[in-house]
Write a protein that binds this ligand. Sequence first.
Ligand code: ZN
Ligand code: ZN
Length: 351
Amino acid sequence: MSPSHLSKETALRYPWKQPWNPTNSALSDPTNPINQDEKNEARANVTEQALHGSEVHQIERRYKHFPGNNVFLLGGRLQMSTQFKAFAMTLSALVLPGVLFFIFSAFWLWHHVSPAIPITFSYIYALVIISMLKCSTSDPGILPRNSNILIYDPTHPWSVIPEDKRLLVGSTRSDSAFLITTVYCHTCRLYRPPRASHCHLCDNCVEYLDHHCTWLNNCIGRRNYRYYFIFLLSLFFEALYLTVLGFYIAFASFRYGSDTNFARHLQRPWAGVSFFLGIYAALGSIFPGILLGYQCYLIGCGQNVHEFLRSKNTETEDVRPYHNSVWINFLTVLCRPKNVSYVRPRRKEMV
Ligand SMILES: [Zn+2]
Ligand SMILES: [Zn+2]
């Protein structure tokens, strides 16, 4: 069929297929902006029809269609929540004292005390940064949403609200057993396993959800709790270590130096920065110290932060169905195997 025999409908739909007509400049001139808009609109309509009219399948990585609020980086290898400002502040507050220590204090300690001291500090410092990054960028144990059952629709007369179910759980080292309620999550469309909860910032159910940490920009759940605990522990020791070293350098160098005035002695860069680091680390040790003590107390009680706060807020009976002995509790939480990610964001699938 020649272009001159195009139907009117086709001509309107695909204006660029019309024969060249020097008298119709609006359709034939490709540089005409009006004509270009018409072309773009017609192309968009055709593309939309191709996508929705006929089924088009593509193979893509899962994270590209992830329904929660998580952000994936490096092709789905890393995942975080969306509080990047708080995360950047935390990272800066941790990196800065280490950089100052290596520039101003490590050299003095290496030559006047022992090389082992800055080397030990380097190890603890690396532990803090690595555990923090692992905790912030790991999958905390997100439970994938169920897409195979009917969605509860309150406007539909036959729609039934899924009832909460009760499960019997018991401690392996005691004769006691407890009835616990497993709640149906309407967002994820599943019955949450015991100790799982829905994080409303990330919009996912997470296995063994301890809490959502804004400063680390991630949920703290079953798969990254160990990193979180190592982070708190190493950060607390790093702060104590830096407090001692900072004050030691400032006072020891003054005692064995030639300065007679301590204020003037602190004007030397390495002495002043070390003294500042001592104060900074002393203040900075308070927060991780409190958190570490809080976490140790809760692990010993067989609870996590979410369960503890829920029991306090609802003023229910203090039932702890997962409590064994203190050592078993610590072994369970810190030494259990790290299960595979349920979400597997890098896996490819048909969409
Ligand atoms: Zn959920
Ligand atoms: Zn979260």
